[in-house]
Design a protein around this ligand. Sequence first.
Ligand code: GA4
Length: 330
Amino acid sequence: MVVSSKPILENSSHVKTCKPYTSDDNIPVIDMLDPQAKFHITKACQEFGFFKVVNHDVPKEIMTKLEGEAIKFFNLPQCEKDKAGPANPFGYGNKRIGTNGDVGWIEYLLFTTNPELISEKSVNIPGNSHLYWSALNEYVSAVRNIACLVLEMIAEGLKMEAKNVLSKLLMDQNSDSCFRLNHYRPCTQLEALSGGRNLIGFGEHTDPQVISVIRSNNTTGLQICLRDGTWVSVPPDHYSFFIIVGDSLQVMTNGRFRSVRHRVLANSLKSRLSMIYFGGPPLSEKIAPLSCLMEEGEEGLYKEFTWGEYKKSAYLTRLGDNRLGLFEKK
Ligand code: GA4
C-alpha cells in the first residue's frame, strides 16, 4: 500500500473566495402548492439545474430525528467511527472521497438505499443502531417521494405522455440509489492554512445519477456554478430541500436540462451537516434521450449506455472530471 507522506490536508485544494450572493433571490424557489410549479421546475432545470423546494409536506421531525442521530455518530471518538469504515464505496469515510485521490475537509457516511441491502448489517453503526436505521429509513422514503414528485412534475411540464416515465426509475425495486450524510467540521486553522482562500469541503463535481435531493443544517458552504461559470453561494435553509439535476437527466433530456456543477467550502466557525439522496435507475437501465422529447430531425448528443456502464466509468474518474464528455457524440 502506498501511504502519502504529506498530511492529507496539504493535498487538498483551495479556491479563491468568490463573490457570494447575499440572498437566494437568484436561485429559483419552487412552491409545491403553486399550480404552475411544474412549469417553474422545468425552467429551473434548464437554466440552473438546481432549485429550492418549499411547501413540501415532509414533517420537520423526520429531518431532525435523522440529524440528531447523525450528530451523535459524528461526535463519537474517531476509533468508534472508524468501525463503520472504510467507505468502499459504502460506510464511513474521512477526508478521502472516492478511490482516485480526491480529498476534502469532510467526514461522511455513504449508504445504498436498495431495500435488500440497506440493513443494520450493511454499515456497522456503533451504539443504538436500531434508532439510527429507523430514522434513516423514514427520511430516505420521504425524500424518495419528493424526488419522484418532482420527476412527475417534470414529466408533466415537458408534456410527456406518462407522468411516471422518470419517477418509475427510482421506484423500481432495483433502483441503484444511494444516500450520504456529510459532516464538515469547522476549520479553525482555515486562515492560516489557506492564506485567506477557502478550503474545499467537497470538490466541484456533477452528480452522475438522475436527481439528487439535499438538505442541510443552517451552515453555509454549498455553492453552484452558473452557466456563465460564476460560482454562487446557496444560502442554507434548514427545512427546505434543494434539488440537483444529475448527468443522467441531462442525457435523457438531450441536454435541455443541465447537470449542475456544485461544491462545498469549509466554514471556519460552524459545522455543516448535510443529507443527500441520489436517485439512480437500475443498473441495466438504458440512459438515452427520451424519444418523446426529441424534435423532428433532432440528433441525440450522447452515445448509448446503461446506468451500470456510466456508473462504472464515473467511479474511475476524479471528482472534477467531465464524466459525460466520454459519452458525447463527437
Ligand atoms: C458524486 C455524487 C455522490 O456523492 C457519489 C460520489 C462518489 C463517491 O463519493 O464515492 C464519487 C462521485 C460521486 C463521482 C466520481 C467518483 C464517484 C467519488 C468519485 C471521485 C456517491 C456518486 O455516486 O458519485
